[in-house]
Design a protein around this ligand. Structure first.
Ligand code: ADP
Ligand code: MG
Length: 236
């Protein structure tokens, strides 16, 4: 039976796509049949940072009712399967976010783990991914706006009957002026699943269309991604 994690944050740019693009391949490497899906149908980035572009069928066509999700599954790094979204505005406009429920029920038997890369915000295309998850993972930066938006997402998830799995703190530095782990845990009221440091290699890896865990495996962020993945895979 598949376990579905939705990677959400409320605020844009906290690292949802980065987390999805790195945890997915690691979970696959750790022996979990894993699929990552780009539910950010408006600002699709997951395929871009994994080098999957110019694809004939994407989640756009699936949510547009024109294709089966099985035709939108591609091979990603380390054995992960990827369902990217398309880049066109037309494709976004034709996508019906409610169809994500059908997509999930179609894939339920094929994988051990699915990660859904959610969009920012709390519009309909952002809410559906919260409702189809077994657990929502909040990606939060150590700053007040990110914490407040994550809290809103937490409340929204609980309002729609969803479950918060915990939070991943991303882009953490050693600056004294940012919130520390204990403060964030207290403010968010959720379990901290792991801490990913600010690491310039994240952007360098994305520019080369690879996840950092593949391109710079010995970097600080990669170490953190491995630890979190091992925790999720239950091999700590
Ligand atoms: P989101 O999907 O939440 O909008 P992204 O994953 O696209 O966020 O990340 C936003 C930007 O932050 C990207 O340029 C990405 O390379 C950068 N980034 C994410 N995590 C880190 C990190 N730990 N260290 C440095 N840069 C990061
Ligand atoms: Mg994103």
């Amino acid at each position: 039976m598949v376990y579905v994690y939705t990677i959400a944050s409320g605020k844009g740019g906290t690292g949802k796509t980065t987390v999805t693009a790195n945890l997915g391949p690691m979970l696959a490497k750790y022996g979990k049949k894993t699929c990552i899906l780009d539910a950010d149908v408006g600002m699709a980035n997951l395929g871009l940072i994994l080098g999957l572009e110019n694809l004939p069928v994407t989640l756009h066509e699936v949510l547009g009712g024109k294709a089966s999700v099985r035709d939108a599954i591609y091979d990603g790094p380390l054995g992960v399967k990827v369902v990217p979204s398309g880049l066109s505005l037309q494709g976004f406009q034709n996508s019906d976010p409610d169809r994500l429920r059908d997509v999930m029920s179609e894939l339920v038997g094929d994988f051990d783990v699915m990660l859904i890369d959610a969009p920012a915000g709390i519009s309909r295309d952002g809410i559906i991914p919260l409702t189809v998850a077994d657990g929502v993972v909040l990606v939060v930066n150590p700053e007040i706006s990110s914490i407040v938006d994550a809290l809103k997402t937490k409340i929204l998830t609980e309002t729609v009957g969803g479950h918060i799995e915990g939070a991943i703190l991303n882009r953490v530095t050693t600056n004294n002026d940012e919130f520390n782990r204990a403060q964030m845990e207290k403010l968010l009221g959720v379990r901290i699943l792991g801490i990913i440091p600010e690491d310039p290699n994240v952007r360098r890896a994305s520019a080369g269309r690879h996840p950092i865990v593949v391109k710079y495996p010995s970097s600080d962020a990669s170490r953190a991604f491995r630890r979190i993945s091992a925790g999720i895979a239950g091999i700590e």
